[in-house]
Design a protein around this ligand. Structure first.
Ligand SMILES: CC(=O)Nc1ccn([C@H]2C[C@H](O)[C@@H](CO)O2)c(=O)n1
Length: 104
């Protein structure tokens, strides 16, 4: 089944809706997004619809390889990004980078 929605922490959704955030880093439970498909974005906490995005790519990414390039695309400082990912996916080395663009 091709996924048609994705959730983001509510406090991060303005970055997605403005087009500033163009990647998200997730674990294997969310590596099944399909490039070229359109996906609805919802807030994780209240399931409010935020916007639509088009998936561009899904690529493996090790936690230790996360760098400034990823932080820029996440529109977050690198130390904050790594801290969030460690909280959400503790002790997970094997992650996935989902690239996307805002549907205007
Ligand atoms: C359900 C769930 O895991 N939701 C997530 C996971 C991650 N994010 C954000 C946090 C960072 O900006 C990137 C990297 O993981 O994605 C999220 O908003 N919601």
């Amino acid at each position: 089944m091709i996924p048609t929605s994705i959730t983001f922490f509510e406090y991060l959704t303005p970055l997605v809706a403005s087009g500033a955030k163009t990647i998200t880093i997730r674990d294997a439970s969310e590596n099944h997004y399909v490039p070229g498909t359109q996906v609805e974005v919802f807030t994780l906490e209240t399931h409010q619809k935020v916007c639509d995005i088009t998936i561009l790519s899904v690529e493996p990414l090790a936690f230790d390889d996360i760098n400034e390039f990823h932080a820029e695309q996440e529109s977050l400082p690198l130390d904050e990004l790594k801290q969030i990912i460690q909280q959400v996916y503790p002790n997970q080395q094997s992650l996935f980078m989902i690239s996307f663009e805002l549907v205007k």
